[in-house]
Design a binder for this molecule. Structure first.
Ligand SMILES: [Fe+2]
Ligand SMILES: [Fe+2]
Length: 279
């Protein structure tokens, strides 16, 4: 059953982690370094959502009240995902929340300043079909994000973190419902939007957060989470979902990004990184 915007607005709430006692949950079992490294990435990107929202609102998407209502609550939920992860980082004695965000934004001052102009200009040139591109992009980002949390829950070897990630995944599922429904509808009714979206994804799509995080962190995240048969199967599953969107069959975006990241990663686990990856 499709999630309506009215139903969604009534379901929205900060992720509830109070019963998990995050400040004390890692005292006897610290998370390993690879897991913490992934969490830093996820923390930064969740808390960067407000900047993605800024870039969307300068496009024609802002004319659709259903989309702006969704985005209002979506950014609220993403903020609390970032804060929950911040609690885990703080429990390991690491800076998190405003301290990390402030530093990230300081280093990306110029790049972030130009983004709204690029998005606004692209929307003016392309017209309303641009919204289909953004909704499809959103669906793919949410699919890959939810998959990333699922893989981290499997790999982290910590019941409390795994439970927190499962709760975040449930909310990501609602984001998926909205973006995927919007993308499907807009692509189905507009052949030009299909052509544009296919072209934009082929030329510009990259894993979520790769426009913000250092390349080495992107490679580490993908290699740690999506290496092996289970990672390969997860990437293929997302590609099949993209295949099902009108006019977007056969792109293989996620499989290619996974293969490229694993091939080029030279981090702390090179011995276990599979060299033979299916694309
Ligand atoms: Fe999130
Ligand atoms: Fe999300």
């Amino acid at each position: 059953m499709q999630l309506t915007i009215d139903k969604y607005t009534k379901m929205v709430a900060p992720i509830d982690v109070r019963d998990l006692d995050l400040p004390n949950a890692f005292l006897t079992q610290r998370l390993e370094d690879d897991v913490l490294r992934c969490l830093r990435y996820m923390h930064d990107i969740e808390l960067h959502t407000i900047c993605y929202l800024r870039d969307l609102l300068v496009t024609s998407a802002h004319r659709d009240p259903e989309i702006t209502t969704f985005l209002t609550f979506w950014s609220f939920e993403e903020y609390w995902h970032g804060e929950a992860i911040a609690e885990v980082l703080r429990a390991h004695g690491e800076p998190a929340g405003a301290t990390r965000v402030k530093e990230l934004r300081r280093t990306r001052r110029v790049a972030e300043a130009t983004k709204p102009f690029v998005h606004g200009l692209a929307s003016m040139v392309v017209g309303p079909s641009m919204t289909a591109v953004h909704m499809t992009w959103g669906a793919i980002n949410e699919w890959t994000t939810q998959a990333g949390y699922a893989m981290l829950a499997q790999r982290c070897d910590h019941p409390v973190l795994a439970e927190m990630l499962r709760r975040i995944m449930r909310q990501e599922g609602r984001h998926i419902d909205f973006y995927a429904a919007q993308a499907t509808k807009r692509l189905a009714e507009d052949r030009r939007a299909q052509w544009l979206t296919r072209r934009a994804l082929t030329r510009f799509w990259a894993p979520v957060g790769s426009d913000v995080m250092p390349e080495e962190e992107v490679r580490h995240l993908i290699s740690f989470l999506f290496d092996g048969d289970d990672g390969s199967a997860m990437a293929a599953r997302i590609d099949r979902r993209i295949d099902n969107l009108p006019g977007l069959g056969g792109l293989g975006l996620v499989g290619k990004a996974r293969a490229s990241a694993i091939r080029t990663y030279e981090g702390c686990r090179p011995a276990t990184v599979s060299e033979t990856v299916s694309v």
